[in-house]
Design a protein around this ligand. Sequence first.
Ligand code: URA
Length: 200
Amino acid sequence: MSALRELNEEIALCQQCEIARYRTKVVPGEGAEDADILFIGEAPGWHEDQQGRPFVGQAGQYLDKLLASINLKREQVYIANVIKCRPQGNRDPLPVEIHNCRKWLERQIELIHPKMIVTLGRYSMDMFFPGKSIGKIHGTAQKKDNVIYYAMYHPAAALHQQSLRQAIEADMLRIPALLAQAESVAEAKQQPRQLGMFEV
Ligand code: URA
């Protein structure tokens, strides 16, 4: 069994938060274990809790469409969440839940070793762009330790608001160029100006 599968089995046993008592299934995440891109949402909703899979409800179907717009299938990326259990009634995650669950996400990132981490919504944005506002930084990339961090609106929010919908769709379309650019920079370290596309 792969180290990531073992980790996800360990996550399934976690009882650290009160909400673990109410879950149907834990939702560790799924996708390609060697994915270039890791998408991080907020928390499982009702459908995810039933199935033990991330983004399988309405927001998930929209995420699948967004991925298709850049010729990707969900099996080619990795999809995880800030917290792995569904908060009752789909309330916002509590700070203590985010804190307790953070170690799992950190270990997933270590094992997947993605080239790009895409945050979906403000809870995952807060982990990598603390203190920033999503309205300002969505669609901009930062590179740190050879990983590109890229903030996007949450698909569930964008689904119902036309202006956010246009933004999330445009932001998704920028991903392939950012990845390709990062790869060419890695190959041609002599040309640091190519980094100009990243806002630091
Ligand atoms: N919203 C999320 O943030 N994550 C899911 O898995 C589903 C909906």
